[in-house]
Ligand binder design. Structure first.
Ligand SMILES: Nc1nc2c(ncn2[C@@H]2O[C@H](COP(=O)(O)OP(=O)(O)O)[C@@H](O)[C@H]2O)c(=O)[nH]1
Ligand SMILES: [Mg+2]
Length: 184
């Protein structure tokens, strides 16, 4: 019998749970939607939940990975913690060319999320995006500029990757990102 529930991917719940759940966060304007779009063009289906705090609302799936992105506006950041349950990998996108204040805010918001016991030992992939811009900092310098507590990084795998997504959807660094995603 057909159900009148919301239209969701065909998989049932148990199939969903065998997949890796990847959560992508980052301040508004860091480049999440651009990265998702570029990845999507490359074959991986993704969900950009920019406008809604409903996690199931934009879930799409890849054979082994569900990549969900949540909006990064001040309003949406209040919901970030709601999405971390069962998260297998956390991806954090930072505008590597942003000013000190924005990097500080990006760091505070990430620290807040990493403090959640639900994310203990969950791998972190930092995407230092907008590497094409002149004042972009290198991935490792971006990580330092976030001033995360050392203990938040000690017990988890941390990868930093420089990325750039051009207007013509040409992207750099996303191949490495997808490789790491597949390996974790
Ligand atoms: N120069 C440059 N601009 C980027 C890059 N990635 C995203 N942008 C631009 O930054 C703005 C915000 O990107 P968007 O993907 O909407 O960010 P989101 O709010 O995190 O989803 C848009 O104007 C993008 O075109 C990049 O790697 N380099
Ligand atoms: Mg977006």
């Amino acid at each position: 019998m057909e159900q009148n529930g919301p239209q969701e991917p065909e998989q049932n719940d148990s199939e969903e749970r065998t997949k890796k759940k990847v959560l992508m966060l980052g301040l508004g304007g860091s480049g999440k939607s651009s990265i998702l779009q570029a990845i999507q063009m490359n074959h991986m289906k993704v969900a950009d939940g920019e406008m809604t705090p409903e996690p199931t609302e934009g879930f799409h799936s890849h054979p082994c990975t569900i990549l969900l992105s949540v909006g990064g506006s001040e309003k949406m950041r209040k919901y970030w913690a709601d999405f971390i349950q069962d998260c297998d990998i956390l991806v954090y996108v930072v505008d590597a060319a942003s000013d000190g204040e924005s990097l500080k805010l990006a760091g505070e918001e990430l620290q807040h999320i990493l403090d959640d016991p639900g994310l203990d030992s969950v791998p972190l992939i930092l995407l230092a995006n907008k590497q094409d811009l002149n004042d972009a900092q290198k991935p490792h310098d971006v990580l330092e500029a976030l001033h995360l507590k050392p203990e938040s990084l000690e017990n988890r795998l941390v990868h930093e990757i420089g990325t750039e997504v051009r207007h013509d959807n040409e992207a750099i660094g996303l191949g490495s990102f997808e490789t790491i995603l597949a390996e974790l």
